[in-house]
Design a binder for this molecule. Structure first.
Ligand code: F6R
Length: 242
């Protein structure tokens, strides 16, 4: 694991965006893995600015998102497909047909998980996977106790994650408790992994991921096994590291 500690969230976004821009400029038809949540938003804005400045083009890029709520269609404002369109895809020159998000409206979610895995393999595997981390150490929606070799599957969200994400839903709005997520094994198959974490509320999870034992109790600790994992964090998220 390479640990990069920067001053603040803006520097973390800039550093992370540079990794993705370098990857795409090195290999125009890169396969990139993407994440949702609050943390990657600034990185996506940085990539949009680079695209506008002519510094990077997504024309030949394929993307796979980590996860999606099960039970939401892609036009639901809280779906991760909707988020990706709004935060990145609508603002760059990516071909939307080459952007994949697990289907939250799958009629058969079990076979949809296998199909998602097959699509990643058919695309040649993921070159660089972007990750955030939950306060409980989750990556994607691989909650604590997830198998460290797990593949894309349906997962129940923990109460902590549901509560953390409630801020995105209106008080009377249906909030899914199930998701489809890439497994930890799927994530570890990516050739490079870049995890971003900012803010003091991530400090315990970062400490467990980096210094704790390799354990399903902290799914992100599985990244200790990855040969090319880069952990990009700000000083606040690094504050509990030894
Ligand atoms: C989102 C995802 C999640 C988030 C994590 C952190 O696709 O996979 O694991 O990365 O919940 O979320 P934020 O960035 O909102 O703190």
């Amino acid at each position: 694991m390479q640990i990069v500690i920067l001053k603040d969230a803006a520097e973390v976004a800039q550093y992370g965006a540079q990794i993705f821009a370098d990857q795409i400029n090195k290999k125009a038809d890169s396969v990139i893995g993407l994440a949702t949540g609050s943390t990657p938003v600034a990185l996506y804005q940085n990539l949009i600015s680079r695209k506008e400045a002519g510094e990077v083009s997504f024309a030949h890029v394929t993307s796979f998102n980590l996860d999606e709520y099960l039970g939401l269609t892609g036009d639901h404002p809280q779906s991760y497909r909707f988020f990706m369109n709004e935060q990145l895809f609508d603002h760059v020159d990516i071909n939307k047909a080459n952007t994949f998000v697990p289907p939250g409206d799958a009629k058969n979610p079990i076979s949809a998980c296998k199909e998602y895995e097959d699509k990643i393999v058919a695309a040649g595997g993921i070159d660089v996977q972007l990750l955030g981390i939950g306060r409980n150490g989750h990556i994607g929606f691989n909650e604590p106790s997830s198998g460290l070799t797990s593949r894309t599957r349906v997962k129940t969200l923990t109460k902590e994650t549901i509560d953390d994400n409630a801020r995105f839903f209106a008080a009377d709005e249906y909030q899914p408790h199930l998701s489809i997520t890439m497994g930890i094994g799927t994530i570890l198959d990516s050739r490079k992994v870049v995890l971003l974490a900012t803010g003091e509320n991530k400090a315990d999870a970062v400490q467990a991921m980096v210094e704790g034992p390799l354990t399903a109790s902290c799914p992100a600790s599985a990244l200790q096994m990855h040969k090319h994992a880069v952990i990009v964090i700000d000083e606040a998220a690094a504050s509990k590291l030894a």
